[in-house]
Design a protein around this ligand. Structure first.
Ligand code: 26W
Length: 793
């Protein structure tokens, strides 16, 4: 059976089995369940065919380890990649139902904080599309990234209980469960010439895998994401028999706690024991799984690095290295040199942040208590690194800066650089920043290990599934098969001077703005105006991303119009989406500030000219709605702070023009589109460094700029009745991310943007050029580079 009939019969059958009901009587959540179940079955089958094909050819496989995979929804995307969308929607309509409402049933799999997790998710799509065998490993958090609730602009966090709707995509594989051990003591002895390690008095936890399948475009290959859930390894009968029931139960719930919740911090480690347990839980179970698979295929670990590549997504899964060392040394009896050599060739690492406070360090005392054997192995790596560095002629001071274990702490990034063959940045600019700042010493010691691969996005999700209107346009003016041969999108460029085509593109954008406006309202519930300029800043809230600088700019516009109602300011809609880490107070204050500005705008006489919309609970799904509607993409981090960004790429692909600094991947976006299609402002990272060196005083800038001074004064006197002196103090005091220094240039470029937006043809041409030049930022290119240069596949 084929086409819509196939879907009709599958959904009918599934509803009959699960709920004894007919499709016509089923509610939307049941229709969603039936659709997901059907698709999961198809994917499981496709996965096993594709895995068998790769194995029979003895192909090398990549294992991508990450504490985060921000998958979002699956139904629409999977249907799209498999080419089933039309038939599926036809079947749903034949039941008298609306496919959009079926899609809307699905919760986001929000197993990540932001870009790092979303990148991992895009990688699985890209790897399956280019036909490389890939497995992701992560944790099956019971609660993903919190749901953000805004009450009068104050963020509160609600638990994200995603599994009831999300488990439809998960296949339990209990037969591959693994025991993970914590605590206890290590006893060493020599027996028969062999070094014996005995681990005693440990606590054990069971890791049970749940698999999620991710199809590539056209569905021939499927990646697998294996998510581990923690269970207690059974009631402790010894405690139970002694009548210590509460103690027996406590161990049970301590085990489950490991996979209960995603840490909501982004760029800020909190050093808690539970987080360390989560990390070890992930790597111990995943390494055991990889070893089991490899032994089943080859019967030895000698050739592990030839047949597998393991990638460490930021330092969070670094313990995978000492964990595999433990197996090679203690269980296989290999020498240190041989084991370390296997690890060196097998592992590679990507760094995703250069903020010094975000680099992971663990307290030795806690670490040793929780993971005694892994700790011992890390100390041996440290000892050998010091010897290597001494041989290379580094001084004691330099060695202590580069050491792995120092000042009672373990530095995970240093272990990665030393123990793996490849340390990567996520954009060209990021690599330069790494080499000049946090990794400067290690770069001098091991320059050949450093490289960068610029991030990418799954265009199938962010263009084809999310924006059918633009997809149709791209197909019409570039090539029908651009999804497979994405370079063909460059063909769009030849229409850059065709007024009719540009006008058509303008209409597509307007349509998407209308759709967005219909679904969203401003801060006070008023309708948005699709003809106004949609100015979008959507990303995690962090001072380095400078949402507060954007806020200062809007306050300035408010001041300007109040002083002169005829001021030259066109209608604008400021759209923000951002979650703050729950413990990050300043970030929460900035959200409140933005919300208060929106309130003040909506209550003033300007409410038809300037509107502010703060999207609650910004997520993969809300961003799929938002990106297609954007005119301007605000990428305004202080140069040298944003490693890459991928939101900038999604917005570019959607025809938004980047207004940004020379930071992260913006640098490459600018190179692709050219100065005339990019709104550049601000200091570059050399200027930032020079200014810091000279001694930065924000007051020097504030005193010279009346607009900025007035905006700060207004914060002190109250926005919508609330005093924001606390935030004004931060800007006038340290202004760590130099908003004051870049403010003037930011205002200038905003004025230029308004002028360009007035001329519709010019603007549409800029949009077209951004779309046409976006293919280099597709994840297929990114993963291909990883395969060629890093994983040697
Ligand atoms: C342990 C606390 C913690 C949690 C998350 C520290 C650091 C992180 C991440 C590495 C932060 C992150 O998501 N970085 C982002 O990674 C993206 C993907 O490469 C880049 O596009 C972003 O620029 C970078 O901020």
């Amino acid at each position: 059976m084929q086409g819509a009939e196939f879907w009709k019969s599958k959904i009918t059958e599934s509803l009959k089995n699960a709920y004894i009901e007919k499709p016509e009587d089923a509610d939307y959540s049941h229709l969603y369940d039936a659709a997901a179940e059907t698709l999961r079955g198809i994917l499981a089958e496709k996965y096993s065919t594709s895995a068998a094909r790769h194995s029979s050819r003895g192909e090398k496989r990549v294992y991508y380890m990450s504490m985060e995979f921000l998958m979002g929804r699956s139904l629409r995307n999977n249907l799209h990649n498999l080419g089933y969308t039309k038939d599926f929607e036809k079947a749903i309509k034949s039941f008298g139902a609306d496919p959009e409402l079926v899609y809307a049933q699905e919760p986001d799999a929000g197993l990540g904080n932001g870009d790092l997790g979303r990148l991992a998710a895009c990688f699985l799509d890209g790897l399956a599309t280019i036909g490389k065998p890939a497995m992701g490993y992560s944790i099956c958090y019971e609660y993903g990234i919190f749901r953000q609730k805004l009450t009068e602009g104050w963020q509160t966090e609600k638990p994200d209980d995603w599994l009831p709707g999300g488990k439809a995509w998960l296949a339990e594989k209990r037969e591959h469960a693994v025991e993970v051990r914590f605590g206890g003591e290590i006893e060493e002895s020599w027996y028969d010439g062999f070094h014996q390690i005995l681990h005693k008095n440990y606590d054990s936890v069971l890791a049970v895998p749940y698999d999620m399948y991710v199809p590539g475009f056209e569905g021939n290959d499927v990646s697998r994401l294996r998510l581990w859930q923690a269970e207690s390894s059974g009631i402790d009968m010894e405690l139970f028999n002694r009548g210590l029931y509460a103690e027996a139960m406590r161990k049970n719930s301590e085990a489950k706690a490991i996979s209960s919740i995603l840490y909501p911090n982004d760029n800020h480690p909190d050093g808690k024991t539970l987080r360390l347990k989560q990390q070890y839980f992930l790597v111990c179970s995943s390494i055991a799984d990889i070893v089991r698979r490899h032994l089943a295929a080859y019967g030895t670990l000698e050739n592990l690095a030839e047949k597998a590549a393991i990638h460490i997504n930021d330092t969070h899964p670094t313990m995978a290295i000492p964990e595999l060392m433990r197996i090679l040394l203690d269980e296989c009896g290999y020498s240190w040199e041989k084991s370390a050599d296997i690890c060196f060739n097998l592992f590679s690492y990507t760094n995703h942040t250069v903020l010094p406070e975000a680099l992971e360090r663990w307290d030795c005392g806690m670490f040793r208590w929780l993971l005694p054997r892994v700790y011992g192995i890390i100390c041996e790596f440290d000892r050998r690194l010091r010897i290597t560095l001494r041989e290379k002629g580094f001084s004691d001071a330099e060695i202590s800066r580069m050491a792995i274990v120092e000042n009672g702490e373990i530095r995970m990034a240093n272990l990665c650089v030393f123990a793996t063959h490849s340390t990567n940045g996520v954009s060209e600019h990021h690599l330069t920043v790494m080499e000049n700042s946090v990794f400067a010493d290690l770069y001098r010691a091991f320059p050949e290990r450093f490289s960068s691969v610029t991030n990418g996005i799954a265009a199938r999700r962010w263009l084809c599934a999310a924006n059918p209107e633009l997809t149709k346009f791209v197909k019409k003016y570039s090539a029908k098969d651009f999804e497979k041969n994405y370079e063909k999108m460059y063909l769009l460029e030849k229409h850059a001077n065709d007024s009719a085509v540009l006008e058509e593109l303008g209409k597509v954008k307007l349509k998407r703005k209308e759709i967005f406006a219909k679904a969203n309202r401003d801060v006070m519930g008023n309708k948005l105006d699709p003809s106004s300029l949609f100015d979008v800043q959507a990303k995690r809230l962090h001072e380095y991303k400078r949402q507060h600088m954007n806020a200062l700019r809007i306050i300035s516009l408010l001041n300007e119009i109040e002083a002169n109602p005829n001021a030259d300011i066109d209608p604008k809609t400021f759209i923000f989406g951002a979650k703050a880490a729950p413990g990050y107070y300043v970030a929460k204050r900035i959200i409140r500030l933005i919300w208060c500005i929106g309130k003040e705008l909506s209550e003033s006489a300007l409410k038809d000219r300037l509107k502010l919309c703060f999207l609650e609970n910004y997520s993969v799904t809300t961003s799929e709605m938002l990106m297609p509607a954007a005119d301007i993409s605000e990428q305004i981090s202080l140069a040298g702070t944003e490693a890459s960004g991928t939101g900038n790429m999604k917005l570019m692909l959607s025809g938004a023009v980047t207004l940004g600094t020379l930071d992260g991947a913006n640098v490459e976006i600018l190179r692709e589109v050219g100065e005339e299609n990019f709104l550049r402002f601000g200091m570059n990272s050399d200027e930032v460094d020079a200014l810091r060196l000279r001694g930065y005083d924000p007051m020097e800038y504030i005193e010279k700029n009346d607009e900025l001074k007035a905006a700060l004064d207004r914060m002190r006197h109250g926005i919508a009745g609330e005093d924001f002196s606390d935030l004004a103090d931060l800007i006038e005091g340290k202004d760590f991310y130099m908003a004051a220094a870049d403010f003037e240039s930011y205002m200038d470029i905003q004025r230029k943007a308004q002028e360009l937006f007035r001329d519709k043809e010019t603007w549409n041409r800029m949009a077209l050029m951004n779309i046409a030049k976006s293919p280099v930022f597709f994840v297929d290119r990114t993963v291909q580079e990883y395969c060629d240069r890093i994983w040697n596949m």
